[in-house]
Design a protein around this ligand. Structure first.
Ligand SMILES: *Cc1c(COP(=O)(O)O)cnc(C)c1O
Length: 232
Protein backbone atom coordinates (compact mmCIF):
# COMPACT_ATOMS: atom_id res chain seq x y z
CA UNK A 1 0.00 0.00 0.00
CA UNK A 2 1.12 3.57 -0.69
CA UNK A 3 2.67 5.27 2.33
CA UNK A 4 0.28 8.19 1.80
CA UNK A 5 -2.68 5.80 2.17
CA UNK A 6 -1.11 4.24 5.28
CA UNK A 7 -0.73 7.72 6.77
CA UNK A 8 -4.41 8.41 6.03
CA UNK A 9 -5.42 5.16 7.74
CA UNK A 10 -3.31 6.04 10.75
CA UNK A 11 -5.08 9.40 11.08
CA UNK A 12 -8.43 7.62 10.72
CA UNK A 13 -7.62 5.16 13.50
CA UNK A 14 -6.53 8.01 15.77
CA UNK A 15 -9.88 9.73 15.10
CA UNK A 16 -11.72 6.47 15.76
CA UNK A 17 -9.99 6.08 19.12
CA UNK A 18 -10.81 9.71 19.97
CA UNK A 19 -14.47 9.08 19.10
CA UNK A 20 -14.59 5.94 21.26
CA UNK A 21 -13.11 7.94 24.14
CA UNK A 22 -15.94 10.47 23.90
CA UNK A 23 -18.54 7.73 23.64
CA UNK A 24 -17.26 5.74 26.62
CA UNK A 25 -16.07 8.63 28.75
CA UNK A 26 -12.37 7.82 28.57
CA UNK A 27 -9.45 10.23 28.57
CA UNK A 28 -7.57 9.87 25.25
CA UNK A 29 -4.33 10.53 27.16
CA UNK A 30 -4.84 7.18 28.89
CA UNK A 31 -4.80 5.20 25.66
CA UNK A 32 -1.75 4.36 23.56
CA UNK A 33 -2.15 3.23 19.98
CA UNK A 34 0.40 0.52 19.28
CA UNK A 35 0.89 0.30 15.51
CA UNK A 36 1.40 -3.39 14.75
CA UNK A 37 3.85 -3.42 11.88
CA UNK A 38 4.59 -7.12 11.41
CA UNK A 39 5.15 -8.00 7.73
CA UNK A 40 5.20 -4.28 6.83
CA UNK A 41 8.24 -2.31 5.73
CA UNK A 42 10.42 0.24 7.49
CA UNK A 43 9.07 2.80 4.99
CA UNK A 44 5.53 2.05 6.15
CA UNK A 45 6.60 2.50 9.79
CA UNK A 46 8.21 5.80 8.87
CA UNK A 47 4.94 6.99 7.32
CA UNK A 48 3.00 6.09 10.47
CA UNK A 49 5.58 7.71 12.75
CA UNK A 50 5.11 10.91 10.74
CA UNK A 51 1.43 10.91 11.77
CA UNK A 52 2.39 11.12 15.43
CA UNK A 53 2.45 7.50 16.58
CA UNK A 54 5.67 6.31 18.20
CA UNK A 55 4.91 2.84 19.61
CA UNK A 56 5.35 -0.09 17.20
CA UNK A 57 4.56 -3.76 17.77
CA UNK A 58 6.41 -6.62 16.11
CA UNK A 59 5.86 -10.40 16.28
CA UNK A 60 8.94 -11.84 14.61
CA UNK A 61 12.33 -11.09 16.09
CA UNK A 62 14.60 -11.27 13.03
CA UNK A 63 12.19 -9.22 10.92
CA UNK A 64 11.92 -6.62 13.69
CA UNK A 65 15.69 -6.31 14.14
CA UNK A 66 16.19 -5.59 10.44
CA UNK A 67 13.58 -2.81 10.49
CA UNK A 68 14.95 -1.36 13.72
CA UNK A 69 18.36 -1.03 12.02
CA UNK A 70 16.78 0.91 9.15
CA UNK A 71 15.02 3.27 11.53
CA UNK A 72 17.74 4.26 14.00
CA UNK A 73 17.47 7.84 12.70
CA UNK A 74 14.10 8.15 14.52
CA UNK A 75 15.17 7.90 18.17
CA UNK A 76 11.63 8.37 19.53
CA UNK A 77 10.38 5.00 18.29
CA UNK A 78 9.40 2.61 21.09
CA UNK A 79 9.48 -1.09 20.26
CA UNK A 80 7.04 -3.62 21.71
CA UNK A 81 7.39 -7.37 21.18
CA UNK A 82 3.96 -9.00 20.86
CA UNK A 83 4.84 -12.41 19.39
CA UNK A 84 5.58 -15.82 20.84
CA UNK A 85 8.87 -15.88 22.76
CA UNK A 86 11.42 -18.62 22.21
CA UNK A 87 13.79 -19.06 25.12
CA UNK A 88 16.91 -18.95 22.90
CA UNK A 89 15.86 -15.47 21.70
CA UNK A 90 15.50 -13.75 25.06
CA UNK A 91 18.85 -11.94 24.94
CA UNK A 92 17.96 -10.17 21.69
CA UNK A 93 14.52 -9.36 23.06
CA UNK A 94 15.94 -7.94 26.26
CA UNK A 95 18.40 -5.84 24.27
CA UNK A 96 16.15 -4.47 21.54
CA UNK A 97 12.68 -3.98 22.98
CA UNK A 98 11.22 -1.68 25.62
CA UNK A 99 8.07 -3.75 26.13
CA UNK A 100 7.06 -7.41 26.03
CA UNK A 101 3.30 -8.14 25.87
CA UNK A 102 3.42 -11.91 25.73
CA UNK A 103 5.02 -13.20 28.90
CA UNK A 104 3.59 -16.57 29.91
CA UNK A 105 6.43 -18.50 31.55
CA UNK A 106 8.63 -17.89 34.57
CA UNK A 107 11.65 -19.30 32.76
CA UNK A 108 11.39 -16.56 30.12
CA UNK A 109 11.01 -13.88 32.79
CA UNK A 110 14.10 -15.12 34.61
CA UNK A 111 16.17 -15.09 31.42
CA UNK A 112 15.01 -11.61 30.39
CA UNK A 113 15.79 -10.33 33.87
CA UNK A 114 19.31 -11.74 33.72
CA UNK A 115 19.93 -10.50 30.18
CA UNK A 116 18.45 -6.99 30.32
CA UNK A 117 21.26 -4.47 29.73
CA UNK A 118 21.45 -2.15 32.72
CA UNK A 119 21.63 1.08 30.70
CA UNK A 120 18.19 0.38 29.18
CA UNK A 121 16.40 0.41 32.52
CA UNK A 122 13.74 -2.10 33.40
CA UNK A 123 11.98 -3.99 30.65
CA UNK A 124 8.24 -3.32 30.73
CA UNK A 125 6.28 -6.57 30.71
CA UNK A 126 2.69 -7.73 30.43
CA UNK A 127 1.41 -11.20 31.20
CA UNK A 128 -0.65 -12.64 28.35
CA UNK A 129 -3.88 -14.19 29.60
CA UNK A 130 -5.91 -16.79 27.73
CA UNK A 131 -9.29 -15.24 28.62
CA UNK A 132 -11.32 -17.30 26.18
CA UNK A 133 -9.83 -20.58 27.39
CA UNK A 134 -9.10 -21.76 23.86
CA UNK A 135 -6.78 -24.73 23.85
CA UNK A 136 -4.92 -23.39 20.82
CA UNK A 137 -4.34 -19.90 22.24
CA UNK A 138 -1.23 -18.67 23.96
CA UNK A 139 -1.38 -17.16 27.40
CA UNK A 140 -1.69 -18.10 31.04
CA UNK A 141 -4.99 -19.43 32.40
CA UNK A 142 -6.75 -16.77 34.52
CA UNK A 143 -6.26 -18.93 37.63
CA UNK A 144 -2.48 -18.94 37.13
CA UNK A 145 -1.94 -15.22 36.58
CA UNK A 146 -1.29 -14.33 40.22
CA UNK A 147 1.37 -16.96 40.72
CA UNK A 148 3.34 -15.81 37.65
CA UNK A 149 2.86 -12.14 38.59
CA UNK A 150 4.23 -12.80 42.07
CA UNK A 151 7.39 -14.23 40.53
CA UNK A 152 7.80 -11.40 38.01
CA UNK A 153 7.54 -8.60 40.58
CA UNK A 154 10.56 -10.04 42.37
CA UNK A 155 12.79 -9.61 39.31
CA UNK A 156 14.60 -6.26 39.58
CA UNK A 157 15.19 -5.73 35.84
CA UNK A 158 11.57 -6.29 34.81
CA UNK A 159 8.63 -4.05 35.60
CA UNK A 160 5.27 -5.79 35.56
CA UNK A 161 2.87 -3.27 34.02
CA UNK A 162 -0.30 -5.31 33.55
CA UNK A 163 -2.06 -7.83 31.36
CA UNK A 164 -2.66 -8.51 27.69
CA UNK A 165 -5.20 -10.69 25.87
CA UNK A 166 -6.28 -11.79 22.40
CA UNK A 167 -9.84 -13.02 22.90
CA UNK A 168 -11.81 -15.29 20.60
CA UNK A 169 -12.67 -13.30 17.48
CA UNK A 170 -16.35 -12.34 17.31
CA UNK A 171 -18.43 -9.59 15.68
CA UNK A 172 -20.74 -9.49 18.71
CA UNK A 173 -20.01 -6.27 20.60
CA UNK A 174 -21.40 -7.57 23.89
CA UNK A 175 -19.26 -10.72 23.70
CA UNK A 176 -16.19 -8.62 22.82
CA UNK A 177 -16.82 -6.52 25.93
CA UNK A 178 -17.26 -9.60 28.13
CA UNK A 179 -13.78 -10.90 27.34
CA UNK A 180 -12.18 -7.51 27.96
CA UNK A 181 -14.14 -7.04 31.16
CA UNK A 182 -12.67 -10.32 32.38
CA UNK A 183 -9.13 -9.04 31.78
CA UNK A 184 -9.91 -5.78 33.59
CA UNK A 185 -11.26 -7.70 36.60
CA UNK A 186 -8.15 -9.87 36.70
CA UNK A 187 -5.95 -6.78 36.61
CA UNK A 188 -7.98 -5.19 39.41
CA UNK A 189 -7.59 -8.31 41.56
CA UNK A 190 -3.88 -8.27 40.87
CA UNK A 191 -3.65 -4.61 41.94
CA UNK A 192 -5.31 -5.59 45.19
CA UNK A 193 -2.91 -8.46 45.82
CA UNK A 194 0.23 -6.62 44.68
CA UNK A 195 -0.36 -3.02 45.77
CA UNK A 196 3.26 -1.98 45.18
CA UNK A 197 3.31 -3.03 41.52
CA UNK A 198 2.59 -0.46 38.81
CA UNK A 199 -0.19 -2.40 37.14
CA UNK A 200 -1.50 0.42 34.97
CA UNK A 201 -1.67 -1.28 31.58
CA UNK A 202 -4.37 -3.30 29.84
CA UNK A 203 -3.18 -4.27 26.36
CA UNK A 204 -6.46 -5.19 24.70
CA UNK A 205 -8.24 -4.37 21.47
CA UNK A 206 -7.16 -4.84 17.84
CA UNK A 207 -8.50 -3.45 14.54
CA UNK A 208 -11.83 -5.27 14.77
CA UNK A 209 -12.65 -4.77 18.46
CA UNK A 210 -10.94 -1.58 19.59
CA UNK A 211 -14.18 0.17 20.61
CA UNK A 212 -15.25 -2.66 22.93
CA UNK A 213 -11.75 -2.68 24.44
CA UNK A 214 -11.82 1.08 25.06
CA UNK A 215 -15.29 0.72 26.61
CA UNK A 216 -13.81 -1.80 29.06
CA UNK A 217 -10.77 0.19 30.09
CA UNK A 218 -8.06 -0.68 27.59
CA UNK A 219 -4.98 1.53 27.94
CA UNK A 220 -3.24 0.20 24.85
CA UNK A 221 -4.85 -0.94 21.60
CA UNK A 222 -2.77 -2.99 19.17
CA UNK A 223 -3.74 -1.97 15.64
CA UNK A 224 -2.34 -3.67 12.55
CA UNK A 225 -4.53 -4.02 9.47
CA UNK A 226 -6.62 -0.88 10.08
CA UNK A 227 -3.41 1.14 9.73
CA UNK A 228 -1.14 -0.83 7.39
CA UNK A 229 -3.73 -2.73 5.36
CA UNK A 230 -4.19 -6.49 5.12
CA UNK A 231 -1.16 -8.72 5.70
CA UNK A 232 -0.26 -10.98 2.78
C1 LIG B 1 -1.12 -9.03 14.46
C2 LIG B 1 -1.51 -8.69 15.84
C3 LIG B 1 -2.31 -7.57 16.14
C4 LIG B 1 -2.92 -6.67 15.07
O1 LIG B 1 -4.07 -7.27 14.54
P1 LIG B 1 -5.03 -6.48 13.51
O2 LIG B 1 -6.27 -7.28 13.54
O3 LIG B 1 -4.35 -6.49 12.20
O4 LIG B 1 -5.23 -5.12 14.06
C5 LIG B 1 -2.56 -7.27 17.46
N1 LIG B 1 -2.06 -8.04 18.45
C6 LIG B 1 -1.29 -9.11 18.22
C7 LIG B 1 -0.78 -9.91 19.35
C8 LIG B 1 -1.00 -9.48 16.91
O5 LIG B 1 -0.25 -10.57 16.69
Amino acid sequence: MLTSVIAEHSAKVQAQVAQACIKFDRNPKDITILAVSKTHSAAAIRAVAATGLHAFGENYLQEALLKQKELTDIPTLEWHFIGAVQSNKTRELATNFTWLHTLEREKIATRLNAQRPEHLGRMQVLIQVNVSGEASKAGVAPADVFSLAQQVVQLPNLELRGLMCIPLATDDFALQRQAFEQLRHLRNQLQHKLPDARLDTLSMGMSADLEAAIAEGSTLVRIGSAIFGARS
